[in-house]
Design a protein around this ligand. Structure first.
Ligand code: MLT
Length: 325
């Protein structure tokens, strides 16, 4: 018994030493940043902005890995299982909070199995449709959706995703049930919207503003109380008397539980340099997205934000009648 205890203590000490030695020359090879939604979507766009900025500060390439599916939980589980050495990171948003309420057999816990590095962005959402949608303005859009409910298809990126939460708010606010079409990300959803295969999408501006400005899709309303500076001609949904919309999507960066503190500190420092980088701020602002402050790009700010979302959004989904898988 005593021998086994000594043996496991030695093993633990060796493992801790190995990780500490690893931390001393981190990073000495490319880093993988997992984005658990499909390429071409708003999350992918934001991830690539930060991968490009952070690799400059870390001195090693950051490769974006789109492991999509099951509302982001497949890619997230991949990071939870990864070696805690700082070479596998997760960039994720609200679904890190909602999945714990939506999937009974989730193979990880969003708080216990991850180390927060810091918040990266926050940004609004916009309601868009295929280009030949008949409504001539927001009031006609609201009337059409209310009158045609289940005949209207609503694309989203899976239960608990940002686009799903916004779609839920729309259905609750208009007291209507739409025909939900889930995708592995709103990148593929946007392709179908542009092709006319699906009617409506509520998406983050980092995925939609370029397509609206390019005349490929129509924007009817910003999903909140204020108009978007990038789309000043598009009304806020509240201008049609529609209440209950107050959604803002924030992305944050995580590492697997057990990643050595010196490694986490280096990653937080690179993230903080990126959120203050004028080029990063300008690129994001062009898409209607805000980089957070240096204070928000810290582990405790992300930890608090995640716990708040877990406490508030899981219940919203259950109240909206969403059945956990
Ligand atoms: C979502 O939550 O809708 C996702 O962020 C969409 C995406 O990034 O593809």
């Amino acid at each position: 018994m005593r021998f086994r205890f000594v043996r496991s203590a030695v093993a633990l000490m060796l493992a801790a030493t190995a990780l500490h030695v690893l931390a001393q020359d981190f990073p000495n090879r490319a880093i993988t940043m997992v984005m658990p939604y499909a390429a071409g979507g708003p999350g992918d766009t934001i991830t690539r902005v930060f991968a490009g900025a952070m690799q400059k500060h870390l001195g090693q390439q950051i490769v974006v890995d789109n492991t999509a599916g099951a509302s982001g939980s497949i890619g997230t589980a991949k990071v939870a299982r990864a070696r805690p050495d700082g070479y596998t990171l997760l960039m994720i948003h609200v679904s890190h909070a909602t999945n714990v309420a939506m999937y009974k057999g989730l193979p990880y816990h969003p708080v216990d199995d991850f180390e927060p590095i810091g918040r990266a962005t926050s940004g609004p959402m916009v309601i868009v449709t295929r280009n030949d949608f008949s409504a001539r303005n927001l009031n006609e859009f609201v009337a059409y959706v209310k009158a045609n409910g289940p005949k209207v298809s609503l694309a989203h990126a899976g239960v608990g995703s940002a686009s799903h939460l916004c779609g839920l708010m729309m259905m609750n606010a208009l007291n209507v049930k739409l025909n939900e079409i889930p995708y592995k990300g709103t990148g593929p959803a946007l392709n179908d919207l542009m092709g006319g295969q699906v009617d409506i999408l509520c998406d983050q501006t980092s995925g939609t503003v370029p397509s609206v400005k390019g005349g490929k899709i129509k924007a009817y309303a910003s999903a909140g109380k204020a108009r978007l500076p990038q789309l000043p001609e598009v009304p806020a949904i509240t201008e049609a008397g529609v209440e209950g919309f107050d959604i803002n999507i924030s992305f944050g960066l995580y590492a697997p539980k057990g990643t050595p503190k010196p490694v986490l500190d280096q990653l937080t420092s690179a993230l903080q340099k990126s959120v203050t980088d004028p080029e990063v701020r300008q690129r994001l602002e062009g898409m209607g997205i805000s980089a957070v402050s240096v204070d928000q790009a810290r582990p405790e700010a992300l930890r608090n934000h995640l716990k708040n979302e877990i406490d508030t959004l899981g219940g919203l989904l259950i109240k909206a009648g969403v059945k956990p898988n």
